[in-house]
Each structure stands twice: as C-alpha cells, then as structure tokens.
Design a protein around this ligand. Sequence first.
Ligand code: UDP
Length: 239
Amino acid sequence: MADRPRIVLKLSGEALASSASDETIDAAAVEQLAREIAATCAEFGTQLAVMVGGGNIWRGTTGAGAGMDRATSDTMGMLGTVINALALQDALEHHGQPTRVLSAVQMVEVAEPYIRRRAIRHLEKGRVVVFAAGMGNPYFTTDTSAALRTAEIGAGLLCKGTHGGVDGVYSADPRLDPGATRYDEISFMEVVAQDLRVMDLTAITFCKDNGLPIRVFDLMVPGNIRKALGGEPIGTLIR
Ligand code: UDP
C-alpha cells in the first residue's frame, strides 16, 4: 500500500529507562512509548520500524575504555539492544499492536533473524518491526544501523527521538550555551561542517549519500511521536 508512510524510528536505550526508577528498563516509560507508537500507527496506518539502542544497558566504548576487547564489548552492547527490543515488543503487544523483533544477530529462539524482505512483508501486513542488535557488526552504533535499515527497507524518513531535553538540532549545545538557536531545517553538509553532534557522523553521511531525510525531535514530550510520524514540522529536519 503505497499511500501508507514507511518510517524508521530510532529510540535510544535511555528512552526506556527513567530517573524515576533504578531499573535498567522502566516499565512505565516503555508503556508510555508503546502506547503512543501503537496509537499513531493505528491513526495514520504508518508502516513503522523501530531501531532500538542499548545505551541504558551497555555501550561498547565503556568496556573498550576499561581495557576490554572492543569487538567483544560492542557485541555486549548489541545484546543489550535485544533486551530492549523484547521489552518494547511486549509493551506494544499489550496495546494490541502486532510486533515482530528482527535481530541482526541470530538467536532464533527469541527473535526472527533480520531478513530485509521479511521486514518489508511484516510492515505491509501492519506489524511494527523492532530491529534488534543494530546491524550485527561491532564498531557501529544503532544510529548508523537505523540509517542503513531506512535505506534497505525503502523508508522515506528516519525519525530520531532524543531524550536529553534537546528538541532538535541547535547551533551549539543548548545545555551549555544559552545563546544556541534551534534549526527548523538544516542540510547534511551544515551538520557536518559545524560538527553538530546530533547523530554519529557515519549515520549522517550515510543519510546524505542516500538522500534520506532525518527528523530530530524530543521523544519525551507526550504527543511528539504522533507529530513526528504524522509529518508535522517539529524539531529539526535534516536533508
Ligand atoms: N552496537 C554495535 N553494532 C551495531 C549497533 C550497536 O556494536 O550495529 C553496540 C555498540 O557497542 C553500542 C551499543 O551496541 O554502544 C548500544 O548501541 P547504541 O550506543 O547505539 O545505543 P543508544 O545510544 O542508541 O542507546
């Protein structure tokens, strides 16, 4: 169904945690995200794939910084994203939204393997697809994995939800510089030239090379997922 928008939503692992809870995954935070995602998909008929991060559990650079082998540490990070993906799937299904977790690292007892054409088929059937384990390779991030999957499944937009209170792309870090201004729209070239750290550079250049627009928005404001997926001009559009 060509008239149904196909979108990839990148959720940082930290969006699944919260300051209100000591737990790695805060059930209430996941429930809130799932409720909004399910309602938005029902309203707009969005073909939605979610790339979930793992920073609430483990980051490869943390272990590497402490002397671990980087590839091993990154693999731990990828496994963390699988835990998050299962939590999100569970919450989405509680809201009546059929969901499939597709993992880039094979673990067939808990998730389907990532197969591009299967992901597309799930989307066409109205299932939310949750991508787990990033792209399955160490030295990458889930931001870059989200960019790659956006291209692979022919999605028209990558929505990057932020969770640190920064609601778009700014001329400087607004938490440090009160004079920083938010861009409504900015080009990939400007993001790179000004070294604006909104996503990692690999993800930005991949999207640039493949003509994939990115909308950066504050995930934690209720209603923003609906606005971002519904095409409202919130946050910043990078293209
Ligand atoms: N990771 C990886 N390859 C990938 C995706 C993720 O090695 O394709 C690892 C990497 O160590 C990363 C961790 O998984 O630090 C968690 O992902 P990320 O930091 O992107 O999560 P987020 O910051 O979005 O929560």
